[in-house]
Write a protein of this length. Structure first.
Length: 139
């Protein structure tokens, strides 16, 4: 795969993550509960003490993360600047650690699974994988 294919793929993954995080942030700020398809997992996770970090909704960090990954992916795709894809890769690694920890909390501490959180985690893993491939292919 070349930059012409990996760039848009990474950007699409970031857009998906951005959409999910924005939805979760919106529901949090409006006092709603994310729709969870008949399960109460999203409600349990959203109302847990782990839904905020340093007084801010965790989803806000997701919006910032995905937005930054999107901007960097677009910059790399359009310019080919290697620093941009290396930044996506580095952020992706940090994102893996974050969603890994949050998934651990869901399963082992909160005892509930939020399908939106899982979908967001999948978008982070996918964009990281694509960024890793891009770094390897363009070295």
């Amino acid at each position: 795969m070349t930059r012409a294919r990996l760039g848009p793929a990474i950007a699409i993954g970031a857009v998906i993550g951005l959409a999910i995080a924005t939805y979760l942030l919106y529901t949090r700020l409006t006092g709603g509960i994310p729709a969870c398809g008949g399960s109460s997992g999203c409600e349990t996770v959203a109302l847990s003490e782990y839904a905020t970090l340093l007084g801010l909704p965790v989803a806000l960090y997701g919006v910032g993360y995905s937005g930054l990954v999107l901007l960097l992916a677009l910059a790399w795709w359009r310019t080919g600047d290697r620093r941009a894809i290396l930044a996506v890769y580095g952020l992706g690694f940090a994102g893996l650690l974050a969603v890994g920890y949050l998934t651990y909390l869901e399963i082992f501490v909160i005892g509930a699974i939020c399908i939106w959180c899982v979908a967001y985690a999948v978008s982070v893993v996918a964009t990281f994988g694509l960024a890793a491939l891009a770094v390897i292919r363009t070295s």
